[in-house]
Design a binder for this molecule. Structure first.
Ligand code: ATP
Ligand code: MG
Length: 693
């Protein structure tokens, strides 16, 4: 055991110790998941502070602010409060602070940040001024434009090249270029910098030798975690600052590079030695996070990669259960199974030790509803919970006014969905409503005020209908039907399609409840009090779970994707698998495994396949709509209405999953999933009524 000043290195292995105590100059620590890269960086920080480096001269760059705080807290345990003077955070926050300093020195006004949503608003108004806004025009949306502009800044690729690669029609090209120009001009006019500008401006400022030297003096040691996900500009900034003294330590794992879509460049790692001449590359071999069972699967997965450095993770932990793989009959079955599993698990494992990870944010929506129903607390990372989303609140609001007519907040929300009804009118209507039975008052109001008479009349009828409806699904459908008339008016430029998908998921959610009142009260339980320390399961995208670990991990929504052969998909899976310490459960909603999982040779050797969730016999080659074979055991014709209802939207049916009669979930209703032909069998869902036997 070696002890250097205050730093205790006894708990580290030899390679880690070497990395911590390595001399000055550029160092790259390249190692697999769970090998202690982050820990090594924390120890390096301690070591530097213990070696009398002034804390304010150390810069710790991490992917999130929280990660930096956490690392400083850990280092603080040994070196005390000094650790808090270390400058840590994301590249963006670092750039902002440095730009402030530089501009203050030059007597220039301090930069003001234009955040992402304000930037979108700005783009929207530019589109509007140029007559490019409106659904019918199908012009790229602000969000898409923002992505393109950002990619250009972060990768250095020209917008024109990017757009041509994307396959944008040439007619559109000039307009997009013009929008970009105007966007830049308006930002400049208002003296605002968006996130990408922060990086770009600092990088530009560092072209100046005097500035470089100034920064090098302020940043004597630069430590970077998750280096595989830095982009070209970020690497350039690090290179320029440290060109003076060379003191940079970057840690990363090329196999975990999952941010290419944001311009992250794996070359930053593979070309590190060229960017930082004379650098040392160190490797950490042992894994201290996961059981060998989990690592065996991760290793097998990585074998198919052609882009990553070969790695073989070897565990230092005790052996654990073999990971499980379950194909589920549908996303709703998957959500139910996982929620039930979590409810059981809760009896033995504290929920802070459990995470559910998924590729796409929407994969968690059904699970959120199921967890609420089973009263399993959860904490969602990064995105708004399903129930906090504005369109979901709209739809639930409509149900709420029918079943809790005194809920003025819900009334205000719903009334204002009607185009032309603003806050004042809605308030007035609400006052009338408070005085009498809601629906009647609405009718009355409709006849008095001609302006919104038909709309209010219809709303009154809907409310009356909902109050009489005994089936939850039908009630939700009715509310949905009414809402759809106003929905586009409200959201046409704000991801209407994505929002519509969420709403259709609510129809599936409705099936789990006996009554609307039960559904509303169960969903209302979501009080958002859970914080990181509380007894709650973490729900997160794989991307946001970077660097973290849990004892039990569920990987859900593992389905085929469009760009299945893209190695980034493999790396995303790898990041997901390697978050687990002891227990790993993978679930796939549907017949097909993700491409890279299916490609693992002898997959059964690494996982316990649990097809119990898979409640039906798949039809391997279904004939086209019209003369479809029904899987054995499901009875002959109850599916006919399904083919009709989905047939229009899915011309080539490849396979069909169906719930056998008499099995849960559907008592009177069922769910069918139809996979269309081609490589991306995105399930299309049809909710239908099962005919009486
Ligand atoms: P990732 O690539 O996922 O970010 P990482 O390489 O940064 O992983 P860490 O998070 O630093 O890995 O470490 C993984 C786990 O292993 C942590 O719980 C850490 O405390 C533990 N660990 C690391 N090194 C050792 C060691 N030498 N002895 C015991 N535990 C260790
Ligand atoms: Mg890490």
């Amino acid at each position: 055991a070696r002890t250097t000043g205050l730093t205790d290195l006894a708990e580290l292995n030899r390679s880690q110790q070497e990395a911590v105590t390595v001399g000055l100059g550029p160092v790259l620590v390249l190692a697999g998941a769970g090998s202690g890269k982050t820990l090594t960086l924390v120890k390096r920080l301690e070591y530097l502070l213990a070696s009398q480096v002034a804390p304010s001269k150390v810069v710790l760059l991490t992917f999130t602010k929280k990660a930096a705080e956490e690392m400083k807290r850990r280092a603080g345990k040994l070196v005390g409060a000094a650790a808090h003077r270390v400058r840590g955070g994301t590249f963006h926050s670092f750039c902002l602070k440095e730009l402030r300093q530089i501009r203050a020195r030059d007597g220039a006004p301090s930069p003001v940040v234009l955040d992402e949503s304000d930037a979108r608003d700005l783009l929207r108004s530019i589109l509007a001024d140029n007559g490019l806004l409106g659904k019918a025009l199908k012009f790229p949306k602000p969000r898409q434009l923002q992505k393109w502009f950002s990619t250009c800044v972060n990768t250095g690729v020209r917008l024109q090249t990017l757009l041509l690669d994307f396959g944008l029609h040439v007619d559109r090209l000039d307009s997009v270029l013009k929008v970009q120009q105007e966007y830049e001009e308006r930002k400049q006019g208002m003296q605002l910098l968006d996130f990408d500008d922060l990086l770009w401006h600092l990088d530009q400022a560092l072209e100046d030798e005097e500035t470089r030297e100034l920064l090098a003096r302020r940043c004597e040691h630069v430590l970077v975690d998750e280096y595989q996900d830095t982009n070209h500009l970020q690497a350039s900034i690090v290179q320029k600052i440290t060109s003076v003294h060379g003191n940079v330590m970057a840690v990363g794992d090329d196999a975990q590079s999952i941010y290419a879509f944001r311009g992250a460049d794996i070359k930053n790692i593979t070309h590190f030695e060229e960017m930082f001449p004379g650098c040392r590359v160190l490797h950490l071999e042992d894994n201290y996070r996961s059981s060998q069972e989990i690592l065996d699967l991760s290793n097998a997965l990585l074998q198919n990669s052609t882009e990553c450095h070969r790695k073989h993770l070897v565990s230092h932990c005790t052996s654990g259960p073999v990971p499980t793989l379950a194909r589920c009959y549908s996303p709703i079955t998957e959500a139910r199974k996982v929620a039930e599993h979590l409810r059981e698990l809760r009896k033995t494992v504290p929920l802070q030790e459990v995470a559910v990870l998924y590729r796409a944010n929407k994969s968690s929506l059904l699970l959120e509803a199921e967890l609420l129903r089973l009263q399993v607390p959860f904490l969602k990372v990064g995105a708004l919970k399903l129930l906090k989303r504005s369109h979901v609140k709209d739809l639930l609001g409509i149900l709420t006014i029918a079943f809790h007519p005194t809920h003025t907040v819900a009334w205000m929300r719903v009334l204002q969905l009607i185009p032309g009804v603003g806050n004042a009118t809605a308030t007035q209507i609400c006052q009338d409503l408070a005085a009498s039975c809601a629906a009647d008052a609405l009718q009355l109001w409709g006849s008095l005020r001609r302006a919104f008479a038909p709309e209010l009349q219809e709303l009154a009828e809907l409310v009356a209908r909902l109050q009489e409806e005994t089936s939850t699904v039908k009630a939700v459908e009715a509310a949905y039907g009414w809402y759809m008339r106003y929905f586009l008016h409200k959201y046409q430029d704000e991801n209407a399609e994505e929002r519509e998908e969420d709403l259709s998921l609510l129809l599936s959610v409705a099936e789990s409840y006996e009554s609307v009142t039960e559904m509303l009260s169960s969903l209302a339980l979501d009080d958002d009090v859970a914080d990181t320390d509380s007894d709650a399961v973490t729900l997160s995208t794989i991307h946001s779970a970077k660097g973290r670990e849990w004892r039990v991990v569920f990987l859900i929504g593992c389905q085929q994707t469009f760009n299945e052969e893209d190695e980034e998909e493999l790396r995303v899976l790898y990041v997901g698998l390697t978050r687990a310490r002891r227990e790993l459960n993978i679930t796939c909603p549907g017949l097909y495994l993700p491409y890279w999982l299916a490609m693992v040779p002898g997959l059964q050797r690494y996982v316990t396949v649990n097809d119990a969730c898979h409640m039906s016999t798949p039809v391997t080659r279904a004939t086209p709509v019209g003369s479809l074979q029904v899987p054995p055991g499901t009875g002959p014709s109850p599916w006919a209405p399904v083919w009709r209802s989905v047939g229009g939207s899915s011309p080539q049916l490849l396979s069909v999953l169906a719930t056998p009669r008499g099995q849960s979930p559907p008592p009177a209703r069922g769910l069918a999933e139809v996979h269309s032909a081609g490589r991306a069998p995105t399930p299309q869902r049809a909710v239908y009524r099962m005919p009486a036997p």
